[in-house]
Design a protein around this ligand. Structure first.
Ligand SMILES: Cc1cc2nc3c(=O)[nH]c(=O)nc-3n(C[C@H](O)[C@H](O)[C@H](O)COP(=O)(O)O)c2cc1C
Length: 293
């Protein structure tokens, strides 16, 4: 056996095809014998491609030991480009959801069978999910968001407190807040009329990552994208929730309600549920902005 802290190779059965070395420079064939590069111990990101590429199936990632890996399905089991176009073009950000709970198993399937395979920088697999299905907690979240927004509006409308804010925060942040105040005021009007505006009355999936993660924001966005598309195929719909994502990060009492770890930031939030509105057409889009060089 050839072994380090992350990988075991049943070297007696190695045919020296070098498929592992062609993909990953941590595998070296020295006079026809497989060796690990010195940096492998520290720098291997456990992406598992060596395992997936080895025709003899003699490489094992230690953290996987015992787990039988699925064979790659044949090409005819993949969706066609045409069916993918239909999926991508019919996905909508829903603003209305049925008052019908989403079965936990469906979200579990999406997370385990789809999102677990979405790419992460350095294969860090450091994306966390908090699924909020409890109606009381959703209500609490919504109320806290409203409280925070009302306070923000009040602060901005008090000249003295606004001056204090301007002195304490960078101008770019102040400008951003000033820009959203009119939208917030409209939301408060809708709330007074009984509408739930922050999570569209739906269950939510909060996607978060350690603040010090290398590509945390990108990883969260990619995970969200996988969820959105997978949800469509299960008869569910989603909506990106930009405001509530910011509230989790900027207003501590909001994140506290669902116990987002203090060392994490929220990269994306999705409402998820059964669609209420029926769409007849695909909305128009502006031409793609592309430069060919
Ligand atoms: C990062 C991001 C944040 C968003 N935030 C919100 C939001 O807070 N509320 C909302 O109703 N839609 C939100 N959306 C949805 C967009 O408005 C929507 O994607 C856009 O209008 C295009 O519609 P479609 O997704 O149905 O194609 C957000 C989308 C993105 C990508």
């Amino acid at each position: 056996m050839l072994e380090n802290s992350k990988i075991i190779v049943d070297i007696d059965y190695c045919t020296k095809c070098e498929a592992c070395a062609d993909e990953c420079s941590f595998f070296i064939f020295d006079s026809g014998t497989m060796k690990f590069a010195a940096a492998m111990e520290e720098d291997c990101i456990e992406c598992g491609k060596c395992v997936a590429l080895c025709p003899e199936n003699i490489i094992t990632l230690k953290f996987h030991k015992g787990e039988i890996l699925r064979d790659v399905p044949s090409k005819d089991q993949l969706p066609s480009f045409k069916s993918l176009i239909n999926l991508f073009q019919t996905r909508r950000s829903l603003r209305q959801f049925e008052k019908k709970p989403v079965p936990k198993e469906l979200i579990e399937d999406i997370l385990n069978q789809v999102v677990r395979y979405s790419p992460t920088g350095h294969n860090q697999e450091n994306v966390h999910f908090t699924v909020v299905q409890d109606q009381d907690i959703l209500k609490k979240l919504s109320e806290e968001c409203t409280n925070q927004v009302k306070n923000l509006i009040k602060t901005f409308e008090d000249p003295q407190r606004q001056e204090a804010l301007k002195a304490a925060f960078p101008p770019a942040l102040i400008k951003k807040i000033e820009e959203v105040i009119p939208a917030f005021k409209n939301h408060i009007k809708d709330i007074k009329q009984g509408k739930e505006v922050w999570h569209r009355g739906a269950e939510i999936i909060v996607i978060h990552s350690p603040k010090n993660a290398l590509t945390g924001m990108e990883n969260c966005a990619l995970a969200a994208c996988h969820i959105m598309l997978a949800a469509e195929t299960l008869g569910l719909g989603t909506c990106s929730l930009g405001y509530i994502t910011n509230f989790f990060n900027e207003f501590k009492p909001v994140g506290k309600i669902i116990k987002i770890p203090l060392k994490h930031f929220v990269g994306y939030t999705l409402a998820i549920g059964y669609p209420k509105a029926h769409y007849y057409r695909i909305p128009a889009r502006k031409p793609v902005k592309v430069k060919w060089i």
